[in-house]
Design a protein around this ligand. Sequence first.
Ligand code: OSB
Ligand code: MG
Length: 368
Amino acid sequence: MRLDRAELRLVSLPLLKPFRTSFGVMNGKTFVLLRLFGEGLEGVSEGVMDVRPDFREETTSGALALLQETILPSVLGQDFANPEHLMRHLSGIRGNRMALASVEMAFWDLWAKSLGLPLSTVLGGVRNEVAVGVSLGIQPSIEATVDSAVRHAEQGYKRIKLKIQPGWDVKMVRAVKAALGDLPVTVDANAAYSLGQINTLRELDTLGLDYIEQPLAWDDMRDHAKLQALMQTPLCLDECITSAQDTRKALEMAACRLINIKVGRVGGHLEARRIHDVAAAFSAPVWCGGMLESGIGRAHNIHLATLENFTKPGDTSSSSRYWARDIVHEPLETSGGMMPVPGGAGIGVTLDLPFLDTLTQMKVDVKP
Ligand code: OSB
Ligand code: MG
């Protein structure tokens, strides 16, 4: 597959409702959209870096510059036999896995289209729909949280994940658990606690949660290992994991018992699949996380989640939860807690270009 040219955009899509986590409030999603052209076809990806480096360290502005000035010029005009070949070519680039994932994922879409196959098939997926849960942001009150959790449970979501932070945890989680009965409930702290708050963490341990996601610092596996040794409830790492090597180390030191895989966080589908394989070798389940993606990133996530060891419900819930109108034509909607894998070649969704143009803050064409 020869890569002819690329188009980079910075896109802003307003959320229907603000999404609050321990690190801040999001009123919309501003993301890097990459269109990669070759052999008369087009592959598309969505970056998961944020405007502020408050989840991990990469930013939209930093990634745009790196993609435009360094990564894209080094691959355009070149021929790559497959995604492995492309990533070997880029292997000298340290870190910056969100920026690398943008190119890698757009290439997979392009390559799957050239083969005339759905991305899930090319990745080795084993199902045509994936189980999903929902991630609920921090609400103004416990009543509002219980209400929202019950409404989403009624829609069939297979697990409810609650965002927590110090002062918004045990009491709220207890109320939601009481309202939901047997439905799996999890919490995600986005790194808001430290071992100094062990008393609260021990209380969370008594609530029958399915797992606790990233309670401690974004870059600290060691303290997670200390905490896991004190807790019955499995820990799940998100921010800490950017590679298969990270995954091996985390599971070897028992810093967690399962992994949230976000393809955009770990450098693309190849690395996501390696993480999936390493976790399987440790008998650790994985599930597919989300970063409030538009239909492009969401479609990539859904295809990835068809791999065998994605045995826990993911975060790729219906697009209509997030957006009044998505940037792709095809609806990505769940029914009974299942998200169908978009059919057709590649990621199986197509850009609504006139609508996308109205959301585009910046656009640049990159040529060899
Ligand atoms: O930690 O999983 C996270 C959203 C933005 C940034 C980080 C996270 C999240 C979510 C929402 O939990 C997942 C989604 O609905 O896409
Ligand atoms: Mg998380």
